[in-house]
Ligand binder design. Sequence first.
Ligand code: COA
Length: 261
Amino acid sequence: MGYEFIEFEKNDKGVGILSINRPNALNALNWDTLRDLGNFIENDFPNENLRVLIVTGSGGKAFVAGADIAQMSEMNGTQFKEYTDYAHNVYNLIENNPCPSIAAVNGYALGGGCELALACDIRIASEKAKLGFPEVKLGIFPGWGGSQRITRILGNGKAKELIYTGEMVSAEEALRLGLVERVVPHDVIMKEAKELAGLIASRAPLAVSAAKKAINKGSEMDLQNALNLEKELIFSCFNTDDKVEGMKAFLEKRDPEFKGK
Ligand code: COA
């Protein structure tokens, strides 16, 4: 694949680990790093045989410390719009990908880094992680999806408190708020992320993807339309080989072998 700023590996259970790899800048997403991420998601994402994607940061200190401040300070408005449009597109592709995703937040997840974690389905944080939106200290505000995705998770009041102050929260506080789903010791975060990913990967992939779509799209709809979408999606699952296999395996008292068909 030949990427300089991301690394990707996949295990035999269909779990992929995508690492943002620019540790000397705490994995800040400069243009080259963001483009590597975007190119991978758009062109090299192994759609056929990936069951769960884990996103993390290299270097042990940061998940992603945000957009690149040095580069942004040199951008004019047109260039910043191009940078922001690109980031929105990449994050939307991650959020809407049928493959479920886990952010393994192994350190600082700030600004665009916290926004990347929010575009993933589930967030596991190391006890050393710090999350937040420092943008107002720079004269901007979280504009790579942050002001919208965080509000849907935390509600307006807490989102405003975090965004207006620019203060970081600890992993424990993030857990209490519902910004992350689990906090684990720093040295076992990848083990925990892989275990969770492995468990999800062992379930019927089309059913997991349908559930993701039902939750993501349904939460943007009024209840009746969301319930109709849920029905449409459960009917599509009911017609799969994996539904036959899952129910048969239960009745035969054995583990199912799902094929994603
Ligand atoms: N953009 C560009 N470079 C960044 C960066 C970012 N968002 N975050 C960190 N870096 C760089 C630093 O400039 C430094 O580079 P240098 O060694 O060439 O000087 C390197 O990463 C290490 O960061 P440093 O600040 O020395 O580490 P620290 O442990 O003292 O502090 C942070 C860590 C995360 C608190 C601090 O780096 C920080 O506040 N970063 C900016 C976070 C931010 O505002 N993100 C939102 C951007 S919209």
